[in-house]
Design a protein around this ligand. Structure first.
Ligand code: BDR
Ligand code: CA
Length: 325
């Protein structure tokens, strides 16, 4: 189990919202700040959603929310309203924030918190890695002060979820940022589609979540939309809990099968831009190849689930925390 101060960098986003709900309900991580980044929606909506979520989850007095980069480092922003709805929240309404919008830029806040909690801070990044890369560019020593970055992104042995089916969305949106981050020397754990597409929630789980509180009725509403999107695009009402799994791994790496190795993020290929390739230490040993290349990105990658019960655990956690009206 890992604990200690945590910053969540997100592009809310339905599953980002579910991830924050899960984090608060599980109560295992000490959330110090939420930083918003452009991704699933343009930044103004991502920030508004993050602030509305903090209000819904009743954490806005304790957990400040900051806006970050409005576009990827070098590319035009590609968003995913076709999955997350026009407002990024499946059309669901969030409560109005009661605290004023913060002036500080997310990128500065990431660096500031890394000084305040040097050696202790975990960053959980569940959107494109633009904010983290920008923070590293301003202050490369950030890499040494972060205890671990757990990020949702990438696909190693499975197809990507953006056309032409090679790259995963968060890396596809800002591959240059992902490359800067993984090559920075910051200790990282990548939780990509190899694991998250196996952590699947079906409609039957919704029976355990009633709409009795504002929080669970929000959960039911966004999951209803998310399941319908999966049904339309993949023919089955079974949605992947991408971002919640990354939060769970930050608290307990035992949810996934982790291997250590070299991670390569492709930034230039015509078809492969945003692709993540991974060569594990174990596979090199099996083939009697030389060890890892320490000059290149070395980190942990989740290659699958270690447990089968994540969706069950996720719903049970949310149901147990839901305040009664
Ligand atoms: C990732 O892409 C986004 O649409 C989701 O929020 C998640 O972070 C999955 O590929
Ligand atoms: Ca996300």
């Amino acid at each position: 189990m890992m604990s200690g101060p945590v910053l969540v960098d997100a592009d809310p986003g339905i599953d980002d919202a579910l991830a924050l709900q899960y984090l608060v309900a599980a109560g295992e991580l000490d959330l110090k700040a939420i930083t918003a980044v452009a991704g699933n929606t343009p930044l103004p909506k991502a920030l508004a959603n993050a602030r509305g979520l903090a209000a819904l989850l009743e954490i806005e007095q304790d957990v400040p929310v900051y806006g970050g980069c409005p576009k990827p480092l070098m590319r035009k922003l590609e968003t995913a309203e076709y999955v997350h709805g026009d407002n990024g929240m499946a059309g669901a309404a969030l409560p109005k924030p009661r605290v004023a919008e913060r002036d500080e830029h997310a990128v500065h806040v990431i660096n500031q918190l890394s000084y305040r909690y040097a050696g202790e801070l975990t960053i959980v990044a569940i959107g494109p890695l633009t904010n983290v890369a920008a923070a590293l560019t301003l202050d490369p020593s950030l890499a040494r002060r972060v205890r671990r970055l757990v990020f949702m992104g990438g696909a190693v042995n499975v197809p990507g979820n953006t056309p032409p089916g090679v790259a995963e969305f968060n890396i596809h949106v800002d591959p240059e940022a992902a490359r800067i981050v993984v090559e920075s020397g910051m200790p990282f754990t990548m939780v990509g589609l190899d694991a998250t597409e196996q952590s699947v929630l079906t409609r039957k789980y919704l029976e355990n979540l009633d709409g009795a509180s504002a929080q669970t009725s929000f959960t039911c509403e966004v999951l209803d939309h998310y399941l319908a999107v999966y049904k339309r695009s993949r023919g089955r009402e079974a949605c992947a809990l991408h971002d919640p799994l990354a939060v769970a791994v930050a608290a307990d790496p035992g949810w996934v099968e982790l291997e250590t190795g070299n991670l390569y993020v492709e930034t230039q290929g015509k078809y492969t831009s945003g692709k993540t390739s991974f060569v594990s230490q174990a596979s090199r040993q099996r083939k009697k190849l030389p060890g890892l290349d320490p000059q290149l990105a070395v980190g942990q990658v989740a290659l699958g689930l270690a447990r089968e019960d994540f969706a069950e655990h996720f719903v049970a956690t949310l149901a147990a925390r839901a305040p009664r009206p």
